[in-house]
Design a binder for this molecule. Structure first.
Ligand code: NAI
Length: 326
């Protein structure tokens, strides 16, 4: 059998991880023949709850689960990792301003960045899920100068999957039939679900659906507001679908995603007018073990306006947290 891979997962006591850990242990990320060691991180007061989840993992008797480490120390959690899913973050408490939320999370991801730099394998693949995911990933990259920035990513895949589902339903086709969909920008209501390049059976999806007004006035806001709609309906935020998107993101990065495009928050190289260094959702092609940005797309005025709006929000978030790096 293969030697196990090590994956750090933070926020292990939380609701996303209650779906996520079991699927990772079952082989949904690394494959059915790849043993895994889970290195679970949470805050001290949550470790009892983590122990409870680990009892349940044991009770599943997953053949691929080689070991589980429980810790409140990022340096223990990130030691020799091949991958990480950073789900844990500080939720907004009552009366908390957005700026305070950004700052509280920046402090967490600054510490975690330093730990990553100190102890992780240089080719480890990092996915930030905890919100504000893009800016948390930016702080992480800034705080890990010796770690390749290319390997620090944030999750926009849930929004991508949401858009894919809505578009497939509208077109009356299976989700797989739709390709080259993009969700650009911040994982926030400013995100831009872009069908400009999307195809259905090799034809332009926009032509097949033929309803630009529906796209602009229904699809885009539905995807942007989906998280809120789920909270209203189930009195709790999306968890299983978020875990599923995290699995899709990392699995595609590890194994490749064929010819299709997927959306990932990656450190910008300056293309598409996205300031260099910002972590922004863009289209990528996942090759086995890596990703390549889709380059050279032409943006029409509507696409440009929508992308600029979400970029502006990312720049604002960066301004709000930049002092913490001093
Ligand atoms: P939750 O509140 O149920 O769990 C969060 C966990 O993180 C808790 O166990 C908490 O103790 C832990 N935590 C807090 N600070 C930590 C730290 N410094 N180190 C390690 N662990 C820490 O939240 P849930 O529902 O599991 O969501 C987690 C995060 O994922 C939230 O920030 C949420 O907004 C975000 N999210 C992001 C999505 C995306 O598409 N990027 C989609 C859905 C959720």
């Amino acid at each position: 059998t293969k030697p196990p891979v090590r994956i750090a997962i933070s926020g292990a006591a939380g609701q996303i991880c209650y779906s996520l850990l079991f699927r990772v242990a079952q082989g949904d990320v690394f494959g059915p023949d790849q043993p895994v060691i889970l290195q679970l991180l949470d805050v001290p007061q949550a470790l009892d709850a983590v122990r409870g989840v680990v009892m349940e993992l044991e009770d599943c008797a997953f053949p691929l689960l080689a070991d589980v480490i429980i810790t409140d120390d990022p340096k223990v959690a990130f030691k020799d990792i091949d991958a990480a899913m950073l789900v844990g973050s500080r939720p907004r408490s009552k009366g908390m301003e957005r700026r305070d939320l950004l700052a509280a999370n920046a402090a967490i991801f600054k510490t975690q960045g330093a730990a990553l730099d100190a102890v992780a394998k240089r080719d480890a693949k990092i996915l930030v899920v905890g919100n504000p995911a893009n800016t948390n990933a930016w702080i992480l990259a800034q705080s890990a100068p010796g770690f390749p920035a290319k390997n620090i990513t944030s999750m926009i895949r849930l929004d991508h999957n949401r858009a894919q589902g809505q578009l497939a339903a509208k077109a009356g086709v299976g989700v797989d039939a739709i390709t080259k969909l993009v969700v650009w920008g911040n994982h926030s209501p400013t995100m831009f679900a872009d069908w400009g390049n999307a195809e259905l059976d090799g034809q332009k999806l926009a032509d097949r659906i033929g309803d630009e007004a529906w796209y602009r006035e229904t699809l885009i806001p539905t995807v942007a507001q989906r998280g809120t709609a789920i909270i209203e309906a189930r009195s709790a935020s999306s968890a299983a679908s978020a875990a599923n998107a995290a699995i899709d993101h990392l699995r595609d990065w590890v194994h490749g995603a064929g010819d299709n495009w997927v959306s990932m928050g990656v450190v910008s190289d300056g293309s598409y007018g996205i300031p260099q260094g910002l972590v922004c959702g863009v289209p990528v092609h996942c090759t086995s073990g890596g990703y390549v940005r889709i380059e050279g797309l032409t943006l029409d005025p509507f696409q440009r306006t929508m992308l600029d709006r979400t970029i502006a929000e990312l720049v604002d978030e960066r301004e709000a947290v930049i002092d913490i790096l001093k």
